[in-house]
Design a protein around this ligand. Structure first.
Ligand code: THU
Length: 144
């Protein structure tokens, strides 16, 4: 089946953002892209630091990029890397700005493969029993 244009655009944005990864320590480059309610796409890459714990994952860079532009509702997100999977911390950050419908594309760039293998899932599936700002009573409605 042919992928819809929006989906392709999102995937391509994550693959392209990966090229900017600053990862001299791990040499593991990741790119991420976020499609928000406005239809705009925001991207990010992992940014490492000599003080390793200060490094930031591509997913959070992309999400914070969107939120800093007042885009707080993620419609879909793509993550590109060699078997890239969002870490636990990023899953919780993704959950904050997602809904049950938020789509997630895991874009596996296997070295030598002619094209990426894309796994389609949802944020909700990746983080069952998430800490939920609404059900915990911390928020009475979604913040924007
Ligand atoms: N990393 C990401 O950017 N996203 C993930 O989903 C997993 C890990 C980064 C953090 C670090 O810069 C490098 O990959 C190796 O862990």
């Amino acid at each position: 089946m042919k992928r819809p244009r929006e989906e392709l655009r999102l995937i391509e944005a994550a693959v392209s953002a990966r090229k900017n990864a600053y990862c001299p320590y791990s040499r593991y480059a990741v790119g991420a892209s976020v499609l928000t309610e406005s239809g705009r796409i925001f991207t990010g890459c992992n940014v490492e630091n000599a003080s390793y714990g200060l490094s930031l994952c591509a997913e959070r860079v992309a999400i914070f990029n969107a939120v800093s532009r007042q885009q707080t509702l993620i419609k879909a997100m793509a993550i590109a890397g060699s078997a890239a999977r969002p870490c636990g911390a990023c899953r919780q950050v993704m959950f904050e700005f997602s809904t049950e419908q938020t789509r997630l594309y895991l874009v596996d760039l296997k070295p030598g493969a002619s094209r990426p293998v894309v796994t389609k899932t949802t944020v909700a599936r990746l983080l069952p029993f998430a800490f939920n700002p609404l059900t915990s009573g911390l928020l009475t409605r979604r913040a924007s």
